[in-house]
Design a protein around this ligand. Sequence first.
Ligand SMILES: [Fe+2]
Length: 246
Amino acid sequence: MRYLILSDIHSNQEALRTILSFVRRKRWDKVAVLGDVVGYGADPNQTVDTVRALKPMAAVRGNHDKVCSGLEEGEMFNRIALEAAMWTRKKLTRPNLRWLRELPQGPAVVDGKFAICHGTPVDEDAYIFGELEALNVFRRTDFPICFFGHSHFPVIFGLSADSITTVLTAAPSFRFRLKPGVRYLINPGSVGQPRDGSPLSSFAIYDSDSRVVSFHRLRYRLQETQQKILKAGLPRPLADRLAVGR
Ligand SMILES: [Fe+2]
């Protein structure tokens, strides 16, 4: 079975569409969404509609999904994120608001093969940036494989009997075969707002038969996304950061 893993789309319709046309040439069977479908970008309804049309077999909510749909008020958000969230809340149609509100809290186990969550499987709003956070999560859970998002950069943490290892790649395409006896926390990167210094959209495909995770980075029409953000009256830094991947 091949799973398309999408995280942190953030209302970026151009990036999402670019990925979907790219994967048309690849075989995939099911979609898993790791949260933050909306927030920041200017196309919340189009993005939710596109994700809903994919009929994800599993999806969990992100912190932006909660604030944009009114489940939370965003006390922890910075000014720019909060402004974008309140703008998004006003724009969302009732069915899309309801769909976002009903997204479950992670973790969710997919086909008994791996888990998905937004921030961490322990706390959906917490971040895994480095090995120390990863180690704490490994110790407090027992999932052999868990995909996570929220930090917006692609990374693999592996825990073996005696050490923890990190795999970071800057390649536009990267394949990694999971090793037996090692547990993994894997971030596919962000579809709509990468933050690893590259503006390229990021996602992964996991083949559960061969146990290979393929990461892909794609160029998309980000000027169009930026123009939409500015035209909508959303804060300019949200447009600027897309060009530099921050
Ligand atoms: Fe996010």
